[in-house]
Design a protein around this ligand. Sequence first.
Ligand SMILES: O=c1ccn([C@H]2C[C@H](O)[C@@H](COP(=O)(O)OP(=O)(O)OP(=O)(O)O)O2)c(=O)[nH]1
Ligand SMILES: [Mg+2]
Length: 156
Amino acid sequence: MTIHHDTRPTLNLIRLTNGEGLDLPAYESKGAAGMDLRAAVDGATPLMLSPGRRALVPTGFIFEIPEGFEGQVRPRSGLAFKNGITCLNTPGTVDSDYRGEVKVLLVNLGDEPFVIERGMRIAQMVIAPVTQVRVAESAAASETTRGAGGFGSTGV
Ligand SMILES: O=c1ccn([C@H]2C[C@H](O)[C@@H](COP(=O)(O)OP(=O)(O)OP(=O)(O)O)O2)c(=O)[nH]1
Ligand SMILES: [Mg+2]
């Protein structure tokens, strides 16, 4: 008999009052990179995002990102393609020591108003490993073939 342990890191979620009744953020397919985040806006008063405007949309949860990881808040391509809705600060960064509510900074780059209803899947979060480095200062940079060439220096 084989016992399969779930060896994935744990993402602990704390549901806030405005998140009551919302589905947990979830991977929508077996191999999905991101879990979809839902809008915790008031059920009775959907949020109307006019063209060119932005809004900080609550998710209703605190995410305890495991140490050594970050949460990347990214747009959903369908909303971007169909409605011009994207994340203004993409990819948003959720630090592992953040204990506030995760929010999604949406912007409407389309030309029609967009209505955000409670429970709507507005963005996705990818959990990714991060490396913190030791910061040091040197007087001169080491030599490389590339040197200071950049911004198209190798041609198109
Ligand atoms: O899309 C986002 C981006 C950030 N945050 C939260 C979690 C993150 O840990 C915190 C700070 O984000 P960031 O470091 O990007 O913003 P800042 O402007 O540098 O604020 P701070 O001075 O609080 O670090 O805000 C979100 O909920 N959603
Ligand atoms: Mg910061």
